[in-house]
Design a protein around this ligand. Sequence first.
Ligand code: ADP
Length: 195
Amino acid sequence: MLNLILFGPPGSGKGTQSQLLIERYGLIHVSTGELLRNEISAGTPLGNEAEQFIKKGQLVPDEVVIGMLSSVLEKHPHSKGYIFDGFPRTAAQSEALDKLLALRKTAITRVLSLEVPEDELVRRLLERGKTSGRADDANKEIISARITEYHNKTIPVADHYARVGKFKKVKGNGSIEETFELLCLEIDPLVSVTA
Ligand code: ADP
């Protein structure tokens, strides 16, 4: 299996690049942000709980997200692999993911980290907020809370995968096409190894 984590701060382009990558490599896209927004739209208890955190720019508690992730993996037992987008976002989530994959006799192949300067992130998120209907994109204070959460809680995930040699930075501030090409340059060699 080819299991990729698309890593990076809010606004770094993980969602956009995931859409392009799943087509090219035939992988399943797992975006915890999208799954949480679906739960919110459906008005489920999980969605109602998650919304209290998301609207403040805070991370949703680990047990909520990990439970959700585990059911996604169960739904696709025969997948060629996954692209995890916006997950794992804490050390506890990365440990849980490693265990869930090990139970399936697989593992994370590579973590690709989209590197984008902070002023560009804020610019992109505010721009997206004009059309996305996402309240957490429309407000500068919430955006800055999300970036702070990223620095405090999500950076340890990068360290975790760097220690095992699976972490790779990719320049993420070019055009969508340029970034996609850089990602493909990293992923193509992995496909022949994992096929
Ligand atoms: P972005 O990467 O632009 O912040 P996402 O759609 O990935 O957008 O996430 C939106 C919000 O959903 C986050 O700010 C957070 O509150 C919540 N969320 C998404 N994924 C996770 C996760 N793995 N752990 C905790 N909270 C999450």
